[in-house]
Design a protein around this ligand. Structure first.
Ligand code: AMP
Ligand code: ZN
Length: 112
């Protein structure tokens, strides 16, 4: 838990969110500014700043995040989807608590 972190606050319920999945390690919420008809965020409850901060001990958690993407995408009716993990300022990361975007729906996504 990091005191100033919005996703930590969402994970403990201090900030309301549109939660679509939760287990002991992970919450999944709808993005507040969706860029596709379906756009959710897979967020570990553990405060990890970014993919750059991940170490061997996080391997199982990272695998769990990846496995959840197709499972939840199917539940949301997506026949295909895109995942994105923005990493670091240069990678466009705005919230410095690791999360994976999953989005899709509507027309075929453009290549970039
Ligand atoms: P990034 O760090 O660039 O991967 O982007 C952070 C994402 O978090 C953006 O797509 C925001 O729209 C989203 N976001 C920020 N605050 C919230 C919130 N309170 N609930 C849901 N999504 C959020
Ligand atoms: Zn956090």
């Amino acid at each position: 838990m990091s005191a100033d972190c919005i996703f930590c606050k969402i994970a403990i319920g201090d900030i309301p969110s549109k939660k679509i999945y939760e287990d002991e390690d992970i919450i999944v919420i709808n993005d507040i500014h969706p860029i596709a008809p379906v756009h959710f965020l897979i967020v570990p409850k553990l405060h990890i700043e970014s993919l750059l901060s991940c170490e061997e001990q996080h391997q199982t958690l990272l695998g769990k995040m990846l496995r959840l993407a197709p499972q939840l995408a199917k539940e949301q009716g997506l026949p295909g989807f895109r995942t994105m993990i923005n990493t670091g300022h240069e990678g466009g990361q705005e919230v410095f608590h690791l999360h994976m975007h999953v989005f899709g729906g509507g027309n075929k996504l453009p290549k970039t």
